[in-house]
Design a protein around this ligand. Structure first.
Ligand SMILES: [Zn+2]
Length: 307
């Protein structure tokens, strides 16, 4: 199932940012436009058999196709394997008594994995987070909270809510609002300080989706983790550009003083960095995937360090 959905996800990743239909026409080579036969459309296997090239024109096929299929399959399998343990652990984590269904947990994890892999790869390739994935994703996260109990502040803030589904739904909404409000705040602050848009509206919708699925506590984990990964990426990027510029400058101006070369290269690196759009959705999505499976364990481990 993961391989099949991963294969469909590849179609979404290519077509959604280009505003093409994901249903028709059938798959074709983007270079020679030859339709792809069913026997050349087998997940992972076809990519290996064709050695990553179109059968007709030999144009290279991105390894992303096989990677997305394998990743989706791996996460679907993980969802299935993790669900029973999660169903067992959930009643102790909840502030309201419910025993959750392990198959619904597995389904929810599969749906979340599918959406996040699609969003991570479209953001990485096109810097876009398609509404066709984020908007239904937010709705699905809210709907799942009616079937898989989600912990959060609703039980304490609204103690008169007797029905666990209502409590869980409010917790899902609280997660969505917290996630999107935080990104919205950062985006507005960035615009006010720098005068340019640093974070897109797609990131706001992505965090609403993540919050709706994961709830308040894990949304905080995702925000912290995403910021750390993003900062590390940004810092290594600027350092890498600086070192490259420095090497080039030393070759062109061998007589220049070391300190002058270093500061000139630094100026050039920061200039490039200022115009570079960091794919923040990639980091938030990755942090959310990690948190969906291991976030609760991470919180317990972190809390245990201070006991
Ligand atoms: Zn071709």
């Amino acid at each position: 199932m993961g391989l099949i959905f991963g294969s469909f996800l590849n179609v979404c990743i290519y077509r959604m940012p280009r505003e093409l239909s994901v249903v028709s026409p059938g798959s074709a080579c983007p270079v020679c436009e030859a339709p792809i036969a069913a026997y050349d459309n087998i997940p992972v296997l076809s990519w290996i058999i064709l050695r990553g090239k179109c059968r007709r024109c030999k144009a290279p096929i991105s390894p992303r196709y096989a990677a997305v299929e394998l990743l989706t399959a791996a996460l679907f399998l993980l969802s299935y394997l993790y669900a029973p343990a999660m169903a067992n652990a959930l009643p102790q984590q909840l502030n309201f008594p419910v025993s959750p269904n392990q198959y619904l947990i597995a389904l929810e994890l599969c749906v979340l994995s599918f959406l996040l892999i699609g969003l991570i790869f479209t953001d990485a390739e096109t810097k876009l987070l398609p509404d066709l994935l984020t908007k239904p994703g937010i709705a699905l996260g809210l709907i799942f909270s009616l079937f898989v109990p989600l912990d959060g502040p609703a039980q304490r803030i609204l103690p008169m809510l007797a029905n666990w589904r209502v409590i869980s739904f409010f917790n899902s909404m609280a997660g969505a609002i917290l996630g999107s409000a935080f990104i919205m705040g950062v985006a507005l602050l960035y615009e006010a300080v720098r005068g340019t848009e640093g974070m897109g509206r797609g990131d706001v919708k992505l965090m609403a989706l993540i919050g709706a699925f994961l709830g308040v506590k894990l949304t905080l984990v995702v925000l912290v983790m995403g910021s750390v990964i993003g900062s590390l990426f940004g810092m290594s990027l600027i350092l890498w550009v600086w070192l490259k510029r420095l090497a080039r400058r030393r070759k062109r101006h061998p007589a220049e003083a070391g300190s002058v070369s270093r500061s000139r290269a630094w100026q050039s690196a920061t200039l490039i960095y200022r115009n570079f759009e960091i794919p923040f959705g990639v980091f938030l999505g990755t942090a959310a995937l990690f948190s969906a499976f291991w976030g609760t364990a991470l919180v317990h481990w972190y809390a245990g360090m201070y006991r």
